[in-house]
Design a protein around this ligand. Structure first.
Ligand code: URP
Ligand code: ZN
Ligand code: ZN
Length: 477
């Protein structure tokens, strides 16, 4: 295995910034060297010039859906295309969602997803488990999955008849999670009430994409978030609200955290940047923006940016779930409830959140924390992932803070025929990406290999603290 020196850059981690050279041996970071200091890199190592650039831990996107069956089709990125696109955007680990088939076992779902991912990923990957049918046998499977490094379980308060769990099922799953060190992730929207509003809209002939937003009001996200927090409290289980989009939901999370509860939440770039008015675009164009929860009005975006700054929101992930307009989103022409839900975004997360640094809303360290370190901590991967400590996996990004570029379907690498951010100009861009010591992207070119990515077994939930033990603790014998 070769050695690599990333020299001349400013190393930014969640704890701050310093001028340092990063020395990599094989797959691991071995040292941060002070520039001009006494420690010298080995002769003949490969050098990457990071002068004028930031050097940050590789991004970690803990919410992706590659090849996900949904609404009679399957999300357009495979593990191969989706992880390449992620790498182009500076993400070196994804955690995707395996799905328990209704009437089947969770283990079966995990095996299906593992077979899709193994040998195809360009970067490392882990799995959460979606429980779509919480039964006694499935509850019994949970501890075994935790032992195998699948330590987080997603439940849905939305999508009755598909993924939905009722409050009793949720409570049982939370109790089981509390007993085996798992984290419960919640899709918090009141799906029963939403389905009433959807039926009423369709009955009066209102089938346009804009109705997707109107039938999923933010109060129903707030209500479900409140219920999830209460149920997690009864079960004594940590809770992570996924894709939080609304001020009402944020207030529930903030109140729980103020009360000292282990309640965390992520938001996604679409809820920070995309206005609900986009769903009312002429013709069927609004379908491009149909995801759940729906994109919301500007006032919500402002509150979410504040939540990222205050710490009430812990993570930015993408909920990358791309469907092409052609043949996929089109399934819902005339009936918005049949538009496959989801947006592409895995490639743009680091750049979009970086705009918070450009605008002065976030510090550099907070940018790294939200996109890499906090996801690693909350999902049992820190400090092997999400840090540049000696012994950590050599997942890193050389990031140009000044490069300006425009997001577009004509230049992105995701396997989808539109961009939700078409024409958006951003400042800051990825120069070089290293995944476990392998240079996988260099100045816009993919230089990695399909199948380089490995499964990351994750430790049980440990909060935002540094674990002393577990499969990803540095120095583990
Ligand atoms: O619209 C969305 N979010 N699609 C993906 C599935 C989910 O609920 O995360
Ligand atoms: Zn969801
Ligand atoms: Zn999702």
């Amino acid at each position: 295995m070769s050695t690599l020196l990333v020299e001349g850059g400013t190393v930014v981690t969640a704890s701050g910034a310093q001028r340092a050279d990063v020395l990599v041996d094989g797959e691991q970071v071995v040292a941060l060297l002070a520039p001009g200091g006494p420690a010298r890199p080995p002769e003949g190592c490969r050098r990457i010039d990071a002068t004028g650039k930031l050097v940050v831990p590789g991004g970690i996107d803990v919410h992706t859906h590659m090849e996900m069956p949904f609404g009679g089709t399957r999300s357009a990125d495979t593990f191969s295309s989706g992880t390449r696109a992620a790498a182009h955007g500076g993400t070196t680990t994804i955690v995707d969602f395996a799905i328990q088939p209704r009437g089947g076992s969770a283990r079966e779902g995990l095996e299906t997803w593992a077979a899709r991912a193994e040998g195809h990923c360009a970067i490392d990957f882990g799995f959460h488990m979606i429980l779509s049918d919480v039964t006694e046998p499935v509850l019994k499977e949970m501890p075994g999955l935790v032992d195998d490094g699948v330590t987080s379980f997603k439940l849905f308060m939305a999508y009755p008849g598909v993924f939905y769990s009722d409050d009793g099922q949720i409570l049982r799953a939370m109790q089981t999670a509390a007993g085996c060190g798992a984290l419960v992730m919640m899709h918090a929207e009141n799906g029963i009430a939403i389905d009433v509003l959807v039926s009423q809209a369709l009955a009066r002939g209102a089938g346009d994409p804009r109705m997707h937003g109107e039938t999923r009001p933010s109060v129903l996200e707030g209500e479900a978030t409140h219920r999830a927090v209460v149920l997690a409290g009864v079960a004594g289980c940590p809770l992570y609200i996924v894709h939080l989009s609304a001020t009402e939901a944020l207030a529930e999370v903030a109140a729980a955290r103020d009360a000292g509860r282990q309640v965390f939440a992520e938001t996604c770039p679409q809820y920070l940047f995309l206005d609900e008015a986009l769903m009312a675009a002429p013709g069927f164009e609004g379908a491009k923006y149909v995801c759940s929860p729906p994109i919301r009005a500007r006032a919500h975006h402002e509150a979410l940016w504040r939540g990222l700054g205050t710490g009430d929101l812990s993570v930015v992930s993408t909920d990358h779930c791309p469907f092409c307009m052609k043949d996929q989103k089109e399934l819902g022409r005339g009936d918005f409830s049949k538009i496959p839900n989801g947006l592409p975004g895995v490639e743009h997360r680091m750049d979009l959140v970086y705009q918070g640094v450009v605008d002065g809303r976030l510090s550099l360290a907070r940018w790294v924390e939200l996109t890499s370190t906090a996801p690693a901590r909350l999902f049992g991967m820190y400090p092997k992932k999400g840090s540049l400590l000696p012994g950590a996996d050599a997942d890193l990004v050389v990031y140009d803070p000044d490069r300006r570029h425009t997001l577009s379907a004509s230049s992105h690498h995701m396997a989808v025929d539109y961009s939700a951010y078409e024409g958006t100009e951003v400042t800051g861009g990825v120069d070089v990406v290293v995944s476990r010591g392998e240079v996988v992207v260099e100045h816009g070119e993919f230089t990695g290999t399909e199948g380089h990515g490995r499964f990351v077994p994750r430790a049980p939930f440990g909060g935002l603290d540094v674990p002393a033990r577990g499969p990803n603790a540095v120095g583990r014998p």
